[in-house]
Design a binder for this molecule. Structure first.
Ligand SMILES: Cc1cc2nc3c(=O)[nH]c(=O)nc-3n(C[C@H](O)[C@H](O)[C@H](O)COP(=O)(O)OP(=O)(O)OC[C@H]3O[C@@H](n4cnc5c(N)ncnc54)[C@H](O)[C@@H]3O)c2cc1C
Length: 451
């Protein structure tokens, strides 16, 4: 894909059906936190009908409440991330993608942040201390692994019944259906690429330009507006929307959707201009993982135990140490605690800190947004779409941006699966609907694309 030159960061996080059916989907809307899935049983005779699907719903997942963070307009600017990362009273340490200034909103940024927090603990602590790590995503596992390697006693408390957080690999038609992170963004010099090499797993270098359906004119028009981002006087408080036309054409709205909601998981009016500049430049191709991201998680974790279904509701800290309270009322004592829960969880305030977190921490939590990107995986009897492209783009003039970007799983994994994305407003609207409605909406788009 073509991204505007002014962007310091290159990612597409996710980048980046009426179906007159004769039956309904076997749905499970209230499936596992974060996602659900089902199969089509009976009554379907159209090769363009899906036989199974997997759907994410990250905003309604109590252990995420978002897909990843973004920088909202505020006077803090990118400092919000360093303030969020700062330790408190030598007892509380913070990690997670939202704390990463170098690679926010990414899996490798999360891993780096966990290792950074471990270094902070190691510098402050006596050897052999007991450290609690809350959360078993890449940040928590990376942190726990580094502490354990240094001889600390580590307890990981994980609220869900599974390890990995926003990296969650399921399987559809034998393809690794990533519900969270799919790509290693910017594989050159990336810590995650090092983990990949250690596993010996293969990878698929993803060429975004191998696509069909892109509206080049709309992208060029968008790039002309984006050029104005460079001249914005206060990029911390100005929004991306401030340089966009008040009444964009449907085609421009579609292009804008691809560069913002599908990339930053937020609408241009929610994003500060600084959001488009933060993070180090990514180098090297983006990689997909045909054997699954979960294998990299397992490699980082090694043999470190994780206590799952341990929902943390409180953290009390003093010069004597920390006491972590669990939902069922049990407590865990430790010398220090590393908090890696997502920004959406911190914003919801479901963990009670005693004493309350400093004001600067609250300001940082306010200045960071909880973005939303959701995915829908669909399995078909056979591929009916262009088998040779990586990306299928689509422009629905009635709903610009809805179901506008798809990954062709047949090309990548050799399996008859498609992966559709929605971000920002479209994703929030779909999150309020049932599995049947989401799949039907996607299929309406696919049928129109392939009419
Ligand atoms: C749809 C989607 C697509 C993405 N695509 C990409 C991509 O292609 N490439 C990329 O690099 N990144 C991508 N990301 C971002 C990436 O997945 C995250 O940045 C990264 O996984 C975050 O790791 P983390 O350790 O910071 O947080 P998490 O993985 O969320 O870990 C936090 C853990 O804390 C646990 N927790 C929460 N509350 C509590 C509690 N009260 N008590 C106990 N435990 C609790 C959670 O269950 C979770 O396991 C994507 C994310 C999503 C959702």
């Amino acid at each position: 894909m073509n991204f505007p030159d002014c962007m310091g960061r290159r990612r597409l996080l996710g980048s980046a059906l009426a179906l007159a059916t004769t039956g309904s989907l076997t749905s499970c809307i209230a499936g596992k936190p974060g996602g659900s899935g089902g199969s089509r049983r009976g009554g379907f005779n159209n090769a363009k009908d899906p036989v199974a699907y997997l759907r994410t719903s990250w905003s309604t997942d109590p252990f995420a409440r978002c897909s990843y963070s973004y920088l909202a307009p505020s006077t803090l600017g990118a400092r919000a991330r360093t303030l969020l990362a700062a330790p408190v009273a030598g007892r509380l340490y913070f990690a997670g993608e939202a704390t990463s200034s170098e690679a926010p909103s990414t899996a490798h940024g999360a891993l780096e942040s966990g290792r950074r927090a471990a270094t902070e603990v190691i510098n402050d602590a006596e050897s052999g201390e007991h450290i609690v790590v809350i959360g078993s995503g890449f940040a928590g596992l990376g942190c726990a692994r580094a502490l354990s390697d240094e001889g600390f006693q580590v307890t990981i408390l994980e609220g869900r019944d599974r390890v990995g957080g926003r990296v969650w690999t399921r399987r559809l038609a034998g393809a690794p259906a990533e519900m969270g992170a799919s790509w290693i963004h910017g594989s050159a010099g990336n810590v995650m690429t090092k983990v990949l090499r250690e596993t010996g797993d293969p990878s698929y270098a993803f060429d975004y330009d191998n696509s069909t359906g892109e509206d080049e004119h709309a992208m060029e028009e968008l790039a002309r507006y984006e050029k104005k981002l460079e001249d914005v006087e206060d990029p911390d408080t100005a929004t991306v929307a401030s340089v966009m036309p008040r009444r964009p054409s449907a085609a421009l709205r579609n292009a804008t959707n691809i560069n913002y909601p599908l990339e930053f998981a937020a609408e241009p009016r929610q994003l500060s201009v600084t959001a488009t500049l933060e993070g180090r430049d990514l180098k090297g191709p983006d990689l997909l993982l045909p054997r699954g991201y979960d294998r990299l998680l397992a490699h980082v974790r090694g043999d470190i135990p994780v206590r799952t279904q341990q929902v943390v509701t409180g953290v009390r800290y003093s010069s004597d140490g920390v006491t972590v309270t669990l939902k069922e009322g049990d407590t865990v004592r430790a010398e220090r605690v590393v908090i890696t829960v997502p920004i959406g969880v911190l914003k919801a305030g479901t963990i009670d800190f005693q004493p309350a977190l400093p004001n600067a921490k609250h300001e940082a939590i306010r200045a960071l947004g909880a973005g939303l990107l959701d995915k829908l995986w669909l399995e078909f009897p056979t591929p009916f779409w262009d088998k040779d492209v990586n990306v299928i783009e689509w422009f629905d003039p009635d709903n610009p941006g809805l179901w506008s970007w798809w990954v062709n799983g047949y090309r990548v994994f050799g399996k008859p699966v498609l992966l559709g994305f929605n971000g920002g407003g479209h994703a929030h609207e779909l999150a309020q609907t049932s599995d049947d409605e989401v799949v039907d909406s996607a299929m309406r788009a696919l049928h129109r694309m392939h009419a």
